[in-house]
Structure formats: C-alpha cells, structure tokens
Design a protein around this ligand. Sequence first.
Ligand code: URA
Length: 232
Amino acid sequence: MRLDKFVCKSTELTKAEAHAFIEQGLVQVNHKVVTDIKSQVHQNNQVSLNQIALNLRPFRYILMHKPANTICSNLDEIYPSLFNFLEIDHKEELHIVGRLDADTTGMVLITDDGHWSFNITRPEKDCVKEYRVALSQPLAESAIERFQQGVKLQGEAELTLPAKLSFIDEKNVTLGITQGKFHQVKRMFAAVGNRVIQLHRQKIGSLKLDLEEGQWRYLTQAEIDSFKTHET
Ligand code: URA
C-alpha cells in the first residue's frame, strides 16, 4: 500500500497531516527516511514516525442487514448511506463488498481488507450470493434451465455464468449467482420477460443473515476464514 495510507491506517493523523510528516522526513521505512508519499510499502515493512514504530490497525469484517431505501455508498445521496448505522471509528477506511441497490434489502459485508473482498466478489472464486426474489408475473419452470445455461443481459456480449434458480412458488424464487454485474438479478429476470418487485440477499457463501434490519455485528474468525477457502 502507499506510504501515506500506511501512516493514516496506523495513526489518528489526517491524510494532510500524514503527507506533511512524510515530506518533512519524519517517516522511515526499514530505517531509511522516505519522503515520497506515494512510495509503496508492504504491511510487513518496519515503518516509523519520529522513531516510533507504526503498526497497522487490524482489519475489520462486518455483517449488516441493509434496510430498503439506504445506499451502499460511503456518503449520503438521495437515500442515507448504510454507514450511518455503524457507530465506529475510521469508517472512511471501510468499503462494501458487492453493493446492493437502494431498494434491495439483506446481507451486506463491509471490510477494509481488499484481498478478502476479492474472494467474495470475483466470479472465478465461485462464491455464491443467494437472493430471495418476488416477481410481478408467474415464472415458467423453463427458467431453471435458462439460468443454468446463462442468459444474455441487455447491453452485454457474454451470457451470464450458470445460476441456480429454485422455486418457492410461481412468483417467489431464490437465485444463487457468482457474478455481480450492475443490477444483475433484475436484468436476468428482465431477460426472461419478468420483473423483480422485491429483492433480498439472504446468503453469501455459507454465511446466512441472522440480524434484524439495520443491525450489524463483527464476523467471527471462523466466518472470516470461511471466505478464505475461495483463495487460489
Ligand atoms: N442484483 C440486482 O439487480 N440488484 C441488487 O441489489 C443486487 C443484485
């Protein structure tokens, strides 16, 4: 990561303060002064400020139940940001792992560990995101096969990757997908002539949602590790 980021993530300094200290020659990497804020440091490098060793804050892994009419963004826009529910420090260091639309409810993972996020978001990692879907029209059973084969989304050249569709009844289904294209679930049902009227993410990998709307909790170590098995 960049040196200025390392300094911010291991102190209470603002970015501007970190830049000033680095440029003044107060920061050393492996016992040598480094004044380039953009220089790359590894998390195992010995970084010090004024001769005091800096240690990165541990990564954080959070599960949240997203209510409708909230957005998966660090800032409020038309709707309030999900981050309003988190009463913790350094929220600006966190990101959402696979965003949901404003009207979608359900499971959201939040972290500051970018490598861990890739195990969940990258399609080749095969991490299934399972949605409960309410539809405007009865769905033909042939959709099971079509989603398994892949459908062509409007504006896309490639078919979607195989997805697992299960019926609850003719207008309520679950769909498991490993990709995360923009509005993917809504566009998949549009591709078979239907319309999503309610969408809820209920499972990611083996992790199920066990919180009320608006609640959050830290993941257990076993839950964090369950996503690392997807590493190649
Ligand atoms: N697919 C969608 O269409 N919307 C979401 O919020 C998530 C997946």
